[in-house]
Design a protein around this ligand. Structure first.
Ligand code: UDP
Length: 231
């Protein structure tokens, strides 16, 4: 519930401020607006498939509503808006315990804990390295007022979660076993951005493949594990 409030009230506050000071305003939206997608890969024109009453809908619907507010302010007040839909992103400085799959797997591997695959691991995600994401943001902010988005920013290289677990083990040399845990309700079965628009409008595409970004991320967490005194 908190996430709906934060997304919607936060958006209203920032839109009001942007209107008063005549600023252009950036909305960090999300691939979650596509829900458990029945169109693959997901282009911006796809309206999505979100369960309104499920346990993750507070986040999804909060973000969907925030997008609506951004476009209402744009239409009614001529506000300059820049809406980006962020797909799964990873890299150094992620919080070690925020529960996301890349950080969970790397932390589990480095501390010798079992790697927790939710479901059978056949669901897919496409992982974007943080530096690529930021470059996409900067390019979007530098566009003229006619560019509002929404625009997908993500890496279209798609992996199953089991593949990610196996890569993590291979790269860290860990002896962790793979264990299956219950799949969270409404967990999207597949996700991959269609980045045609980002390529055409921003001249942007990701440069860092998972193999390389994963190495930087593992190096970061190795240091972090030492600092946190976890081994
Ligand atoms: N996941 C997993 N083990 C974990 C954490 C996540 O198998 O320890 C799965 C999760 O069920 C989902 C995928 O990895 O299918 C990505 O999860 P994450 O929370 O990183 O991102 P999102 O679900 O928002 O795409």
């Amino acid at each position: 519930m908190q996430t709906t409030k934060t997304s919607v009230i936060g958006a209203i506050n920032m839109l009001g401020l942007a209107k008063r000071v005549k600023a252009k305003v950036f909305q960090a939206s999300t691939s979650e607006v596509y829900g458990d997608p029945s169109v693959h890969p997901q282009p911006e024109e796809y309206w999505g498939n979100v369960n309104t009453i499920g346990p993750r809908s507070c986040y999804d619907e909060g973000k969907r509503c925030a997008e609506t507010l951004f476009f209402d302010y744009h239409r009614q007040h001529g506000l300059q808006i820049k809406v980006v839909r962020i797909f799964n992103t990873y890299g150094p400085r992620m919080h070690h315990a925020d529960g996301r799959v890349v950080s969970n797997f790397v932390m589990q591997a480095l501390t010798g804990e079992p790697i927790t695959i939710y479901g059978d691991g056949s669901q897919t995600r496409s992982f974007c390295y943080v530096d690529d994401l930021i470059e996409g943001f900067i390019r979007l902010m530098e566009t003229g007022p006619e560019v509002t988005g929404p625009i997908n920013i993500g890496n279209p290289d798609e992996f199953t979660i089991r593949e990610l677990a196996e890569k993590t083990i291979a790269k860290t040399g860990a002896r962790s076993e793979l264990v299956e845990r219950p799949l969270p309700q409404d967990d999207p079965k597949q996700r991959r951005p269609d980045i045609t628009k980002a390529q055409a409008v921003l001249g942007w595409e990701p440069k860092v493949p998972l193999d390389e970004g994963h190495d930087h991320t593992i190096a970061y967490f190795r240091k972090r594990v030492g600092e946190l005194d976890l081994v």
